[in-house]
Design a protein around this ligand. Structure first.
Ligand SMILES: Nc1ncnc2c1ncn2[C@@H]1O[C@H](COP(=O)(O)OP(=O)(O)OP(=O)(O)O)[C@@H](O)[C@H]1O
Ligand SMILES: [Mg+2]
Length: 377
């Protein structure tokens, strides 16, 4: 899977841009603030209909304009599809594939799959669980439309349930309202937890494969830690129940146990929003003891593992590498570049020229980015 063309309109600092991309590596080199990350961000819109940089839709509209457009031709094997996403401040987002409007944004799932890697990702294993949940969620949302819908509905139910808990008073009506949201929380939350549990073994296997390629013998493994005690009492091992019905049962019981506590504190204490992905190096939680270099290497392995897991049909994914050379030493950057080469296409940005290894071979295309203008070299 690769992107043959990319078109932008009123996106960040681009009024209009038309790019022809190639398979293999596409390097974007230019000074700070010239518009390199914005190109990758636009690609993320074609894949997941939002910014993988975490920006809101309004923020990416070129200053002074009232909306933006991103378009591209996605090639898979012998066929290709044209994706167009438009956003206008009053009207919201619309996506079309081959000229036909999609009924829901989630119908875009699978048309283009991307793995994004930026300097902050070297914090994935160091920081709080939020970034690790996001990694898992973004992966699943790109391969499973049902997961995406469940996650969206879960977040909504969680918000409502928290509001109900916050305004709870000891009467029947209050309990009834909390119960309504509890039902939805359990329904969607168990799909989310079961989806994550099903992904982890595959993900862990891919990550440990890349870890040995990047770092030699150290073993990197992933374990899902659920706040919903899954069968073994504490959700930290054993044989967690994978199917949704069983998860729902455990989830409901965990909520019952915490019921009093939740009403006192005014928010939801268990559920996938409180879960974590435990990243272990040689059997120990990396977060607790990892060195700087170990965190960086683990982040690369995680991201490459993500790309492998996203490649559900063996057609490759588009790997977006934003400014990673600023965070990685030459050797790691070089091996990363080589490993990514096994995927369909990579778009990579940097303020300086690429490491020696990356310049080799015929499958590299260089672009010079300067103040919102991109020239192919
Ligand atoms: N909504 C917007 N409208 C117009 N310009 C914007 C908008 N948002 C950001 N910019 C500007 O667009 C430029 C490009 O930003 P971008 O993040 O793509 O740069 P970059 O080349 O990745 O820089 P760096 O090397 O520092 O990461 C910046 O100068 C930024 O200030
Ligand atoms: Mg940038």
């Amino acid at each position: 899977m690769w992107l043959r063309t990319l078109r932008l309109e009123n996106f960040r600092n681009y009024e209009t841009l038309e790019l022809s991309l190639e398979r293999g590596f596409n390097f974007f080199v230019g000074p700070n603030g010239s518009g390199k990350t914005s190109i990758l961000e636009a690609v993320s819109y074609l894949a997941v209909a939002r910014s993988l940089r975490g920006a809101s839709d309004g923020e990416v509209v070129k200053w002074g304009a009232s909306g933006f457009g991103v378009g591209g031709e996605v090639v898979v094997g012998e066929s290709s599809r044209n994706v167009v996403l438009r956003y206008s401040k009053p009207g919201g987002k619309d996506v079309g594939v081959d000229g036909e409007a999609l009924a829901k944004l989630s119908d875009l799932v699978g048309v283009l799959r991307v793995a994004w890697f930026c300097p902050e990702d070297t914090w994935i294993t160091k920081g709080g669980p939020g970034a690790r949940r996001k990694l898992v969620d973004l992966t699943l949302c790109q391969i499973d439309a049902r997961y995406l819908a469940a996650l969206t509905n879960y977040k909504r139910a969680l918000k409502q349930r928290n509001e109900a808990l916050l305004s709870w008073s000891p009467d029947e009506e209050s309990d009834r309202i909390v119960e309504v949201w509890t039902e939805r929380l359990v329904k969607y939350g168990s799909t989310v937890v079961a989806g994550r549990l099903a992904l982890i073994p595959r993900f862990s296997e891919a990550v440990s494969r890349y870890q040995s390629a990047v770092a030699g013998e150290d073993e990197l493994t992933l374990e899902y830690r659920s706040s919903v005690a899954l069968g073994d009492g504490d959700g930290t091992g054993g044989d967690p129940a994978h199917d949704e019905r069983a998860v729902a049962e455990f989830f409901r019981r965990a909520l019952e146990r915490k019921g009093e506590d939740e009403r006192r504190r005014g928010f939801t204490l268990v559920g996938p929003h409180r879960d974590d992905l435990d990243v272990k190096l040689n059997g120990r939680t990396l977060r607790a003891f990892g060195s700087q270099g170990q965190h960086r290497t683990a982040a690369i392995a995680l991201k490459l593992g993500e790309a492998a897991v996203l490649d559900v049909d063996g057609q490759g994914v588009v790997v977006l590498l934003d400014d990673i050379l600023s965070e990685l030493d030459e050797r790691r950057a070089g091996s990363l570049v080589e490993l990514v080469g096994t995927h369909g296409q990579a778009l990579m940005t940097s303020t300086r020229s690429m490491p020696g290894d990356a310049e080799r071979g015929g499958e590299n295309t260089m672009f010079r980015v300067e103040a919102g203008e991109v020239r192919r070299k």
